[in-house]
Design a binder for this molecule. Structure first.
Ligand code: GLP
Length: 260
């Protein structure tokens, strides 16, 4: 895994936007895998700026979101449908027909999950998957113990995740206990994975995910098996890496090489 250490949240977000924008420019009909949570908000702000000021064009782009709370309709202000429109889609020129978020209200859950996987395949697969991590190291909503080969499925959320995400709801009891999520295996099939992590609270878990053993107890550790994963962290999230100095050195050498 390539680990990039940026100074702060802002530079982490800008660096991440550079990776996404490069793909959108080189492949205008690309497929973006997108994530929710507070972590990627800065990335989305930067993509909006690039769209408005630099003409970054999303007209032919298709998007697939990682997950959705089960039981929340798209119009619910805590649904991930709502979040994505509010933080990105309403401000760029992506076509509504090309936006895909798992349905939180499908009566036939298994059918809807299988259909989501089919749609990703029909779109040609995901070119770049943006990922954050939960406090327990989960990606999407793949809680500890999820199969590392899992595909889009219904999951029960862990108590810790419910507590973490309660900050977005009026009260903890309002947080749904179920969600539809792409599987770990789904993300592993993306051409490129871009993992964003900021803040001191996640320093230990991202170090374990990157440098510890691959384990279903920390589902982000499965990304060690992915041939092209880039992890971008801010200073605060970088403190527990054993090989921190190496990552800094390696980026410096790469930057010098690219200058030549
Ligand atoms: C939820 C989402 C994850 C996200 C995580 C972290 O659990 N399903 O995709 O990575 O929250 O959220 P935050 O970025 O707010 O810490």
């Amino acid at each position: 895994m390539r680990v990039i250490i940026e100074q702060d949240y802002d530079s982490m977000s800008k660096k991440a936007a550079g990776f996404v924008a490069e793909i959108v420019r080189n492949k205008p009909d690309c497929v973006l895998g997108l994530a929710t949570g507070s972590t990627p908000i800065g990335l989305y702000k930067e993509l909006i700026r690039m769209h408005k000021e630099e003409g970054l064009d999303f007209a032919r782009v298709t998007t697939f979101n990682l997950d959705e709370y089960y039981g929340l309709a798209p119009a619910h202000d805590q649904s991930y449908h709502y979040f994505m429109h509010d933080n990105l889609f309403n401000y760029i020129n992506v076509l509504p027909a090309k936006i895909n978020v798992p349905s939180g209200t499908a009566p036939d859950v298994n059918g809807a999950c299988a259909h989501y996987e089919e749609m990703i395949e029909e779109a040609g697969g995901i070119d770049i998957q943006v990922l954050g991590i939960g406090g327990d190291g989960h990606i999407a909503f793949n809680e500890p113990g999820s199969s590392l080969a899992s595909r889009t499925h219904l999951v029960t959320l862990d108590e810790g995740t419910i507590k973490d995400n309660a900050r977005f709801f009026e009260k903890e009891e309002d947080v749904p206990h179920l969600a539809i999520t792409m599987g770990v295996g789904t993300s592993l099939e993306a051409q490129k994975c871009l993992v964003l992590v900021n803040g001191a609270k996640k320093a230990n878990i991202i170090a374990e995910a990157v440098e510890g053993p691959i384990t279903s107890q920390i589902t982000s550790s499965a990304l060690q098996m992915h041939p092209d994963t880039v992890v971008i962290v801010d200073e605060e999230a970088s403190t527990a890496f054993k090989r921190r100095e190496f990552y800094l050195h390696s980026e410096k050498i790469l930057a010098e090489l690219l200058k030549k």
